[in-house]
Design a protein around this ligand. Structure first.
Ligand code: ADP
Ligand code: MG
Length: 506
């Protein structure tokens, strides 16, 4: 890698004519198949995190706007083309949408980069193709939703027999509230299973990153989804999001975001007994055993925390390395960190973009400060480069103790805390010493070590000799305070369907 000083940050290149044109057009709400003005004239500015400048604005939807969106979703669910559609037709629509994503891949990657701060390069090799593939994978499930028949032992009147079976029906109107770290992919993770199962949706993107979801809304109309099947409302969490969660005609909430907000949503959803699935925060351990190949561990551990500027729920934010390799691993990861080239997302030279917002930058710097105060040592990084934009240098901290805030709390930024361990039998307990349980990775070539530790880790995903890979077929979700319910795979269908038992006297 090129050792360009991290304070030398390039200027954000101008967007393409196509994206510039998209940014100029007024943004509205998608309700009932139309782009409509919000009831209130309040707007939310949308920033380019690389410059801190406003690039667009979106409506701040009110409770009344939410009512309209839910009513449109309800109407589409109850009657009309969507309610009568054959599973194979839903499959075809999802495929059409995935093809449109493919046709507009470059534009979507650029828009994602501009709004979120991640590099266009990463958006075009990860976010956009994984969004396309997610819809394709979920399209296949539309035609494979099954119940079953079973035999009963009911003692009915003499001579009466029973035909019994259960079916799966779509859960109904789903409110989907998503975060800002993978705006387009998170929309796909939510919309894919809802549309495959025949639900209708009100989607609320994060207030920081609404643009690709709104562009996706245009593609959803172009693909031919009937009006009201997907509605998109932009707005703040505490108002627009809360109105969705409280709405009595919403059957299910699917939320990805912070544990703090997940708890609020879960409480609020209780009043009307909504179905809830929560994919929340994490503080995932990366556990390095003494027998490893150091080069691959160093690259893997650096990637586990620095990918997407550390703004990943499953980021490997706690490194535990055996004492015999600790110094080498920390040195390697710190060297990697100090040579990552920071810059704006549209510059092809950039390896790591800014954080999503000023608020997030301040939060992350606050955590670094708290680590310093509590006695942690900074091996590399630890500050923002003196430049516009919401940058934070990739940071590695050592001399940390289990009770420090930087070890206990999710930072959601490019900050790694490294701890050494001695006793292999103790490491599972150290790794599990967290309220979270989203993911973990284990690095060892010794199959006995791997098989001994994997069952002990209280985490929804355990990677072995890799970290962070996700796939639509692989269930994803959390133990403990990382949430409940699973996304992806066959199991996600359970979260979007109700089971109906039918007992027929023959
Ligand atoms: P962050 O703190 O990083 O912004 P959040 O968990 O607050 O993460 O945000 C994730 C999503 O949850 C966003 O779409 C946000 O608008 C939404 N949200 C935040 N607070 C609430 C709330 N009280 N009710 C419903 N949605 C909310
Ligand atoms: Mg928030």
């Amino acid at each position: 890698m090129n050792a360009v000083p991290q304070s030398t940050i390039a200027a954000q290149p101008a967007p393409s004519a196509r994206v510039a044109e998209f940014l100029k057009r007024p943004r509205r709400l998608l309700i009932g198949g139309e782009w409509v003005e919000a009831q209130s004239s309040k707007r939310i500015p949308v920033m380019d995190p690389a410059t801190g400048k406003e690039i667009a604005s979106v409506p701040d939807a009110s409770a009344e706007d939410v009512n309209r969106a839910v009513a449109a979703a309800r109407a589409a669910f109850e009657k009309g083309p969507w309610a009568d559609m054959l599973p194979a037709q839903r499959e075809a629509l999802l495929w059409k949408l995935s093809d449109l994503i493919d046709q507009h891949a470059d534009e979507l990657a650029e828009l994602e980069s501009l709004n979120n701060g991640k590099t266009k390069f990463m958006a075009s090799i990860i976010d956009v193709p994984s969004t396309r593939d997610y819809f394709r994978y979920m399209a296949g499930w539309a035609t494979k939703i099954e119940g079953s028949t079973f035999q009963t032992s009911i003692h009915g009147p003499p001579g009466m027999k029973f035909h019994t079976y259960f079916t799966r029906e779509p859960v109904g109107v789903v409110a989907q509230i998503i975060p800002w770290n993978f705006p387009l992919a998170m929309a796909a993770w939510k919309l894919g299973p809802a549309l495959a199962t025949g639900c209708t949706v009100v989607l609320k993107p994060a207030e920081q990153t609404p643009l690709t979801a709104l562009r996706l809304g245009e593609l959803i109309i172009e693909a031919g989804f009937p009006p009201g099947v997907v509605n998109i409302v932009t707005g703040h969490g505490e108002t627009t999001g809360a109105a969705l969660v409280a709405h009595p005609d919403v059957n299910k909430i699917a939320f990805t975001g912070s544990t703090e907000v997940g708890k609020i949503i879960n409480k609020a959803a209780t009043d009307t007994v909504k179905r809830v699935t929560l994919e929340l925060g994490g503080k995932s351990p990366v556990i390095v055993f003494p027998d490893v190949d150091l080069d691959s561990v160093v690259g893997g551990a650096a990637n586990a925390i620095f990918f997407n500027s550390g703004q990943v729920c499953a980021a490997g934010s706690r490194l535990f390395a055996h004492k015999s390799v600790f110094d080498k691993v920390v040195e390697g990861v710190s060297n990697a960190a100090s040579t990552i080239r920071l810059g704006p997302g549209l510059d092809p030279q950039t390896q790591m973009g800014p954080l999503v917002s000023r608020e997030q930058q301040e939060r992350v710097l606050g955590y670094i400060q708290s680590g310093r105060k509590e006695g942690a040592a900074i091996v590399t990084g630890g500050e923002a480069p003196p430049h516009e934009g919401y940058y934070v240098k990739p940071t590695v901290m050592v001399n940390v103790k289990p009770d420090m805030k930087v070890v206990r709390e999710e930072i959601f930024g490019p900050v790694l805390v490294a701890q050494r361990f001695e006793d292999i039998d103790e490491i599972a307990a150290m790794a599990n010493d967290t309220p979270y349980g989203l993911a973990a990775s284990v690095w060892s070539n010794d199959v006995r070590t791997v098989n001994r530790i994997v069952p002990k880790l209280r985490a929804g995903t355990v990677w072995v000799n890799c970290h962070g890979f996700v796939d639509p077929a692989m269930p994803f979700g959390g133990f403990k305070q990382s949430g409940f319910g699973r996304e992806h795979g066959r199991v996600v269908l359970d979260q979007y369907t109700e089971i109906k038992s039918v007992c027929m006297a023959v």
